[in-house]
Design a protein. Structure first.
Length: 137
């Protein structure tokens, strides 16, 4: 506690603490399909999600090195120490799905994956994919 007070007094900041569920340093989540730059005709498509060095399990499964997918549509990463929002831009796949039917309106869109733990909170360190862009016609 003295070290924390000294840190605040000397540097004006407290050390960062994370309460997230641990993830392996080499874990990686990625979008298998669609690929970056894809043109989707009709607006409906099957998104395929991949995960390396961790497992996929339904929400509520509190086991080491597992989580479930969240698809971020046209948005930035949420706060990484809070539960992932659930709305039209943050799609939850708490059943342990590794593919999902997505429907988007015509136009340009971004997609990104973020793995959530049993309580929908990102892991520590967070496991998220590269953001890709697609066009729906």
């Amino acid at each position: 506690m003295v070290l924390i007070a000294l840190n605040i007094a000397l540097f004006g900041m407290a050390p960062a603490f994370s309460a997230g569920t641990p993830s392996p340093q080499n874990a990686m989540v990625y979008i298998i399909w669609p690929y970056d730059g894809a043109v989707i005709h009709g607006g409906k498509f099957w998104m395929r999600m991949g995960l390396r060095d961790m497992g996929v399990a339904p929400k509520g499964t509190n086991m080491p090195n597992v989580g479930h997918h969240h698809v971020l549509v046209d948005t930035e990463l949420p706060a990484l120490d809070q539960p992932i929002p659930s709305d039209r831009n943050n799609l939850h796949f708490g059943g342990g799905e590794t593919e999902a039917r997505i429907e988007l309106p015509p136009g340009k869109h971004t997609l990104q994956l973020l793995l959530g733990d049993h309580d929908h909170v990102p892991h520590d360190p967070p496991v998220y994919s590269k953001k890709i862009s697609i066009t729906v016609q």
